[in-house]
Design a protein around this ligand. Structure first.
Ligand code: UDP
Length: 241
């Protein structure tokens, strides 16, 4: 079931259901893509119709940020739960590990995807890491071609939003991957460069606060997030979004 939150249609799924849906996409013929919007995506999508269309046409749209969950509740359209990009990614890596599937990592600063790949490979020894490429390139067609030659089943695209979503839609089919997922800073986490918030922060829905503590320079970006809740409130008491 889909729920529209501030103009973006989200899948209302538990983490387990999302993992099953992702596994099914990995097996279905053709190219598919999944997106993991947080409140910043919603604000950007409001102003960028092409980004909004891409989010709404995704095969799977999972609520990454606790702000999306709160906005949904305020609008009276609660979602089953938060499914973070990194949890969804981990579940699909576990799946790939079972099937011996092929993984390609695209994005982040030079060297990061490779280090992330080594860590992933150590944790999931049965999947095939078929290639990596940093996220600072000019020739999109050449990169898509390199990925196609590596024949991945699963492709992580970590270029930041909305660049990664636009890239997936334009170049994803040319990569030959079954499923591409836009995953923001996930390679920085897998590489060990950025630490994920401890479990207690995750459970309390306070990962954003932990990230802010570690990277205070993000305060400008984050200060805009309560805006999403205000917009949801407005939506609730006017004709709705
Ligand atoms: N990035 C990239 N190419 C670009 C811009 C960004 O590969 O042209 C990477 C950047 O190095 C980082 C990720 O994209 O690894 C985005 O990180 P950010 O924390 O901004 O993403 P978020 O998860 O907050 O969307």
């Amino acid at each position: 079931m889909k729920q529209t939150i501030l103009g973006v249609r989200f899948d209302s799924l538990t983490r387990q259901q999302a993992a099953q849906a992702g596994a099914a996409l990995l097996e279905a013929p053709g190219f598919h893509y999944a997106v993991t919007p947080n409140p910043e995506f919603l604000l950007a999508a409001e102003k960028d119709a092409s980004f909004r269309k891409i989010l709404n046409e995704a095969d799977l749209t999972l609520p990454d940020g606790i702000g999306v969950i709160y906005a949904a509740r305020i609008l009276g359209r609660p979602l089953q739960g938060r499914v973070t990009g990194i949890d969804f990614a981990g579940d699909l890596l576990a799946r790939l590990n079972e099937t011996g599937g092929r993984l390609y990592l695209l994005g982040a600063k030079p060297g990061v995807a490779q280090r992330a790949g080594e860590n992933i490979q150590a944790q999931y020894p049965n999947l095939v890491l078929c290639g990596t490429h940093d996220g600072y390139f000019q020739d999109d067609a050449a990169v898509a071609g390199e990925i196609a030659q590596a024949k991945p089943d699963l492709l992580f695209v970590c270029l930041g939003a909305p660049k990664q979503e636009k890239w997936m839609v334009q170049w994803g089919p040319a990569t030959g991957a079954r499923l591409a997922i836009g995953l923001g800073g996930v390679l920085d986490v897998y590489s060990g460069q950025v630490e994920r918030a401890p479990e207690i922060f995750q459970k309390l829905g306070l990962e954003w606060a932990y990230r802010l503590m570690k990277e205070p320079s993000r305060v400008g970006r984050m200060a805009r997030l309560p805006l999403v809740l205000v917009k949801a409130l407005k939506g609730r008491f006017t004709k709705g979004e």
